[in-house]
Design a protein around this ligand. Structure first.
Ligand code: HEC
Length: 140
């Protein structure tokens, strides 16, 4: 597809502007999600609803805290949610790496936390974290 695009561009415009257009065209030929994690957000949404939805939602504190914006958010900081001391002691911010560690075993990462649930499959974790990141503003 990219080759066809190049031919098309060459036959219609000067080489200089073709060079300027190529990066744009390559975005159509290849996935172009700058900085995105490797997971599949649509599958992550399904997994989130099935596995996490009993205790969490994006916008409401339920058994567990609300998740919108969790990637890049300070740990244990959802307004109005009462966290255990175990998770409050962790400190720092939720990054995709720390979320991956959390989902492998919250009780290992923060012994005594109120969350008793883990996700053994690495690809399920990646999809869920990609979904959470898609519902987070990385600039915050
Ligand atoms: C059985 C209920 C339950 C399930 C299921 C559950 N959680 Fe939790 N989760 C909690 C509780 C309770 C807390 C608060 C932990 C504390 O205060 O120690 C929590 C906390 C968290 C936090 C910390 C958020 C923050 O604001 O710091 C993240 C992230 C999280 N859960 C992700 C998930 C994900 C993703 C899933 C699904 C794969 C999931 N949880 C499934 C109960 C659950």
């Amino acid at each position: 597809m990219l080759i066809n695009c190049k031919r098309l561009v060459r036959s219609h415009v000067s080489p200089a502007s073709a060079a300027m257009l190529l990066p744009v065209l390559s975005c159509f030929a290849m996935p172009c999600q700058a900085g995105a994690a490797a997971g599949d957000s649509a599958n992550g949404m399904k997994l989130y609803e099935a596995k996490c939805g009993g205790c969490h939602s994006l916008d409401m504190n339920r058994v567990g805290p609300a998740h919108r914006g969790v990637v890049g958010r300070p740990i244990a900081s959802a307004p109005g949610y009462t966290y255990s001391n175990a998770i409050k002691k962790l400190g720092g911010t939720w990054t995709p790496r720390r979320l991956d560690q959390w989902l492998q075993g919250p009780q290992n990462m923060a012994p005594g936390t109120k969350m008793f649930f883990s996700v053994p499959s690495a690809s399920d974790r990646a999809d869920i974290i990609t979904y959470l990141a898609a519902n987070s503003d990385p600039s915050k």
